[in-house]
Ligand binder design. Structure first.
Ligand SMILES: Nc1ncnc2c1ncn2[C@@H]1O[C@H](COP(=O)(O)OP(=O)(O)O)[C@@H](O)[C@H]1O
Ligand SMILES: [Mg+2]
Length: 504
């Protein structure tokens, strides 16, 4: 007779159902696991055996076979220990069969039978809910899983707790979800002196999720400006918070099961590996671009990133998804981020500083910025030069809008977009709009159209550039509260796209 338990295997943010079957049959004593287990899953055998013996349960002198079904789905990670133990305990009639079959379990066992926290409890709970089963997991992982309120989540401290729970000796109570946090940003836009144009670009970028690149001499405030973005972005919506938390759950980043409504702000260093940025490596983990999902990916010193990394970004920027290759399959992670890049104008940094001379001008700058390919540059909707601020500016009192005021305008523009895209769930901000919908929502008035056509002719704009300008113009009109896109909106959008040098 075969005993059954249930668990999941992770494929991207999806937790695929896996049935754990256990057969105990006469024959030479053996304990084998089949069904594409990786090394960690194969080692479950020794952990399960030791955990059972710590509870004074000896394995029978028979042939024990564990099959992880479907057999062609790769099984990775240490979370298979608990479901294997549950299936075995059910086969040995130590826990009731219906209890084992009615739950989805995941957890790693220590040799003494205690349960160690695992990643991915939140996506696993979603699968348990879809299958109408209870989720059983380590206590330390239960607070994040409890966010899925369509299923009951039981957090156990040890395998002994699980046996006592299922046998009715001492039932465990349902886990409670962790806290929802929203950390206010301590950095205010008013701390940045001058740079009004850059601040305006930040506001437009935040309002429509447009990608932004800033070039300027070192110390002109580029990193400072980018760090102020979290302070002007609205909190995550409940759907977005869940999506972002799923990725954080797979990376084990949900602190005590709490969910944050602050938008992610990720700033990978340029020496980080391709796998760390894009995703992949052992276990095909999500990378920085997926951790920045629904938030900001800030790439400081943009041209210093390896060219392969920069070029790999092109596809995910367009689609909002990234395919990560692993040994025998591809997994997909969401990565709808807002890319903010900062670059010095040349290697030494002083090419555009009138007060200092770059010794290799102008080739120095051409060499340096040419590391960013044309098609990649084309994906930045907003391009600004951040000039150095003079000492006289530092003496001026702070003026301009505070982050609080700008955040209110951004929120207003975003709520107009939420209303506009209510019936198109794959489109959330103006930056996502494609095709017919783009034509409908951003058709400029006659004067605007005229300006747009002239600019397209004069600067030889690509079709992608043309559409990107329209999207930015739509955002500017939204910030303005204007129902239609007008000539001034187009003019401002063009000014952020076309450098002063090209226009002269
Ligand atoms: N516009 C500015 N207003 C106020 N302080 C500034 C400004 N620009 C630069 N600074 C000061 O210089 C430091 C370095 O700026 P940073 O943003 O790192 O420059 P960049 O990234 O352009 O090289 C900041 O921490 C801040 O103290
Ligand atoms: Mg910097």
């Amino acid at each position: 007779m075969v005993a059954r338990a249930h668990t999941v295997a992770f494929q991207g943010v999806d937790a695929r159902p896996v049935e754990v079957q256990c057969a105990v049959s006469p024959g030479l004593p053996a304990f084998s696991i089949v069904g594409l287990p990786d090394k960690a899953v194969s080692e479950a055998r020794d952990r399960v055996r030791s955990a059972l013996s710590s509870m004074a349960i000896a394995l029978p002198s028979k042939r024990i076979t564990i099959n992880l079904s479907p057999a062609d789905l790769p099984k990775e990670g240490s979370h298979f220990d608990l479901p294997i133990a549950v299936a075995l305990l059910s086969a040995l009639e130590i826990i009731p069969r219906d209890a084992a079959e009615g739950s989805v379990s995941l957890g790693e066992l220590s040799l003494d039978g205690s349960l160690v926290p695992v990643v991915g409890a939140l996506p696993a709970a979603m699968t348990a809910a879809a299958e109408d089963r209870v989720l059983l997991c380590p206590r330390a992982s239960s607070a994040e899983a409890a966010w899925v309120d369509a299923t009951q989540v039981i957090g156990a401290g040890s395998l002994g707790d699980v046996v006592r729970h299922f046998s009715g000796q001492s039932p465990l109570s349902a886990a409670q979800p962790g806290e929802v946090t929203l950390e206010p940003s301590a950095r205010d836009l008013r701390d940045v002196k001058g740079q009004e144009r850059a601040k305006r670009a930040l506001e437009i970028a935040a309002a429509g999720r447009h990608h932004l690149i800033m070039t300027g001499t070192p110390g002109s405030g580029k990193s400072m400006l980018a760090a102020r973005l979290p302070g002007i972005l609205p909190p995550l919506t409940p759907t977005e918070a869940l999506e972002t938390s799923m990725i954080q759950s797979l990376c084990g980043l949900l602190d005590e099961g709490g969910i944050s409504r602050s938008r992610p702000f990720r700033e990978p260093h340029h020496t980080a590996s391709m796998a760390a940025i894009v995703g992949g490596g052992r276990g095909a983990k999500p990378g920085e671009i997926s951790l920045a999902h629904n938030g900001v990916l800030f790439m400081d010193e943009f041209p210093e990133f390896p060219r392969t990394v920069l070029e790999t970004l092109r596809q995910p920027i367009e689609t909002g998804e990234v395919m990560v290759a692993r040994a025998n399959a591809h997994v997909k992670y969401p990565c709808r981020f807002m890319l903010v890049a900062a670059a010095n104008p040349c290697k030494c940094g002083y090419l555009t500083d009138p007060g200092r001379a770059c010794s290799r001008a102008p080739v120095c700058g051409e060499d340096y910025l040419s590391r960013i390919s044309g098609p990649l540059m084309d994906r930045f909707d907003l391009r600004i030069e951040v000039p150095p601020v003079g000492f006289t500016d530092f003496d001026l009192p702070a003026f301009g809008d505070s982050s609080y005021t700008v955040a209110a305008r951004v929120e207003q523009a975003r709520s107009i977009q939420a209303e506009r895209f209510r019936d198109t769930p794959s489109t959330r901000q103006n930056a996502d709009v494609e095709g017919k919908l783009l034509d409908e929502i951003s058709a400029p008035d006659a004067e605007g159209k005229d300006l747009m056509l002239k600019a397209a002719e004069r600067f030889g704009l690509s079709a992608r550039a043309f559409h990107r300008i329209l999207r930015v113009a739509r955002t500017i009109a939204d910030l303005d509260g204007a129902p239609d896109v007008q000539r001034p909106h187009i003019a401002e959008a063009l000014s952020f796209r076309i450098s002063a040098k090209a226009a002269s």
